[in-house]
Design a protein around this ligand. Structure first.
Ligand SMILES: Nc1ncnc2c1ncn2[C@@H]1O[C@H](COP(=O)(O)OP(=O)(O)O)[C@@H](O)[C@H]1O
Ligand SMILES: [Mg+2]
Length: 263
């Protein structure tokens, strides 16, 4: 191997792939550790993680059960603070913020989607979507119109009166996604959003995330499934609380699918 090849190979091995985009980092973790203490046991759920996610990126987080994926998502979602290190979301370091400030950051910036759709059983779709802002101060005047718009965006414009029991699993997850969008979030976090769905429905949900990402929302999903991760632009793999792989993928499946529809 000549020296140039050696340098290239060395740089590929050692340097995590940075987002190509010139956009400023929306999420910047530096030296983040999260240690859970239970009695005299401690678990290092995240171990000195440094990471930047650019505005507008579409990231899949993978890794075995217990590798720290949900812990990372909880931090990015301002649901929790790191034990040590710094995590800035939209330029604000959550390590130094009060619980009220974290709640404001969440309400203004972040939408959450979960594996179990977490819908209320006897509540029509429109009200499910309105609910996160129902008690907001001030409550947006156009809340109902916004909820209608979001349900249309996820393909449920004609299902606004339906109860969860009258919707398929994929449709229920779409309601949950519309609900996550009601605060016009910059970041959409989805922890195993397709874990309870069949393959075809999972791919439809991933295409929807791709469309939302194309509109400018930064999307971060956790998944166990490589085929699902392939919809994202960037893939992070966690093991034992560390990032062991960080790759950018091309071509983007969702973008290809969107292009196919246009042509
Ligand atoms: N609230 C908690 N209290 C104690 N230990 C926790 C808590 N949450 C997660 N852990 C532990 O931290 C590690 C990482 O968990 P988690 O982030 O949920 O992993 P993943 O989402 O990749 O399955 C695991 O060992 C888990 O048992
Ligand atoms: Mg998890």
């Amino acid at each position: 191997m000549n020296s140039v090849a050696a340098i290239i190979e060395a740089s590929q091995v050692s340097a995590p792939v940075a987002p190509q985009s010139a956009a400023p980092a929306l999420i910047r973790a530096s030296g983040v550790s999260k240690i859970y203490r239970m009695g005299d046991q401690t678990v290092r759920a995240l171990d000195d993680v440094s990471l930047e996610i650019a505005k507008g990126d579409f990231v899949a987080i993978m890794g075995a059960s217990g590798s720290g994926k949900s812990t990372m998502m909880n931090l990015i979602g301002a649901l929790d603070r790191p034990t040590t290190g710094h995590l800035a979301i939209d330029g604000r370091d959550i390590a130094t913020m009060s619980s009220d400030e974290l709640a404001d950051l969440r309400n203004g910036t972040i939408g959450f989607v979960f594996q179990q759709f977490n819908l209320l059983p006897r509540t029509p779709a429109l009200n499910q979507v309105i609910l996160p802002l129902l008690y907001a101060h001030p409550r947006p005047d156009d809340l109902e119109a916004r909820a209608h718009h979001r349900l249309e965006q996820v393909g449920l414009g004609k299902r606004t009166d339906h109860l969860p029991s009258q919707l398929s699993g994929g449709q229920q997850q779409r309601v949950a996604i519309a609900r996550a969008l009601i605060n016009n979030p910059k970041i959409l976090l989805a922890d195993e959003p397709t874990g309870a769905l069949d393959t075809k429905t999972s791919e439809e949900i991933m295409k929807l995330f791709g469309e939302l990402n194309a509109e400018g929302i930064t999307v971060i999903i956790v998944t166990h499934e490589p085929d699902i991760a392939d919809f994202a632009r960037r893939k992070l793999v966690f093991r034992d609380g560390k990032i062991i792989d960080d790759t950018e993928r091309a071509p983007l499946k969702a973008a290809t699918a969107a292009k196919d529809r246009v042509l």
